[in-house]
Ligand binder design. Structure first.
Ligand SMILES: NC(=O)c1ccc[n+]([C@@H]2O[C@H](COP(=O)([O-])OP(=O)(O)OC[C@H]3O[C@@H](n4cnc5c(N)ncnc54)[C@H](OP(=O)(O)O)[C@@H]3O)[C@@H](O)[C@H]2O)c1
Length: 300
């Protein structure tokens, strides 16, 4: 079967499309024929830096990818037999970019309701929960103004959809001029800002998804007492209160997001779908273009 493997830290062009044996079903396993897997900026960072994330991905070769969607084709003796033929979203930290994946952790497998399509579910690879938690923490400290960088990113769009409109929270989405029209199309009722159009603040929290220190320092200059939370930068040089936050897997959060997709309370931002054999083109496309939704890779 096809598997996409990282064998060096030289980046996208060193990825290997290789044939390996199909996994053998175990008593605790579920064999899945993969359909779609997402490309995230984190995937691309891991291909050049063994310390790109707090998890260790230094051991090579490894099958790339962290999650995906497919259909269960075989069920091990100890697993729920009703999973057979079900479409499922899986977290698979040992690699999801293969024709077939053996999923052995039942916490990391989510059967999909009929009205959640595979592509939408595949976008759920990372959630904005850590940023929602940061908002709560800052609210408790009396902050009501939040400046969101990378607002048109996939995580940014999920965050904006999940913020309760009845809360006393003012979000200022920061969007580059190249992404302004896309953002207005996705959120016709939200005004976006650039560093030039953003007003000044006494207290405000910057929620950073974009990971640009140049952008952050321009935003900091507009706030008398800034605080900063980033999901993209692990450190920040300037002398302001800063925290890097990292998502901890929580099954209930994913279950809840899938339900919200089913109930049409959330829409999934999706860009293009590439064939798995075009993985290098797909990752270059992701890296070299502005974010227009999640780029997906198909194993069919
Ligand atoms: N800590 C965690 O737990 C965690 C979990 C998942 C992801 N992440 C990180 O979160 C970030 C966003 O992920 P995503 O999947 O939502 O990414 P995405 O959809 O590709 O979006 C990236 C965003 O960053 C903006 N951006 C990139 N470089 C920029 C720059 N130099 N100046 C201004 N804006 C810039 C992009 O703006 P344009 O589209 O206009 O270019 C876009 O809004 C990534 O860095 C990822 O590694 C962290």
């Amino acid at each position: 079967m096809l598997s996409i493997q990282q064998t060096t830290f030289n980046g996208i062009d060193d990825l290997n499309l290789t044939q390996i044996n199909k996994p053998v079903l175990t008593k605790n396993g579920v064999l899945i024929k993969m359909d779609l897997a997402p490309i995230t900026p984190t995937d691309i960072k891991r291909e050049i830096n063994p310390n790109a994330t707090t998890e260790s991905f230094a051991e090579l070769p490894r099958t790339i990818g962290f999650s995906g969607v497919g259909t269960v084709i075989e069920v091990g003796y100890n697993r729920d037999q009703s999973l057979l033929d079900q479409r499922v979203f899986i977290m698979q930290p040992t690699g999801s970019y293969s024709d077939y994946v053996l999923s052995e952790n039942s916490d990391w497998l989510f059967p999909l309701p009929d009205n959640v399509d595979n592509a939408s579910a595949t976008t759920l690879t990372a959630t904005p929960l850590v940023l929602l938690n940061s908002i709560k923490k800052y609210q408790n400290a009396g902050i009501t103004d939040f400046i969101l960088t990378g607002a048109n990113s996939v995580i940014g769009q999920y965050l904006l959809q999940l913020i309760d409109p009845n809360e006393n929270i003012h979000i200022y989405p920061i969007v580059s001029s190249a992404s302004k029209d896309y953002f207005s199309q996705q959120f016709p009722n939200l005004q976006s800002y650039t560093t030039d159009t953003l007003p000044s603040f006494n207290n405000a929290a910057i929620l950073d998804i974009a990971g640009s220190t140049a952008l952050i320092s321009r935003l900091v200059s507009k706030i008398s007492s800034p605080v900063l939370t980033s999901i993209a930068l692990m450190s920040y040089e300037d002398n302001i209160p800063f925290q890097f936050v990292h998502e901890e897997f929580d099954r209930d959060v994913y279950q809840n997001l899938i339900q919200k997709l089913a109930d049409r309370q959330l829409f999934a931002p999706i860009d293009r779908i590439f064939s798995a054999t075009q993985i290098k083109d797909a990752q270059h496309y992701t890296q070299e273009n502005h974010s227009r939704g999640r780029v997906l890779v198909s194993f069919n």
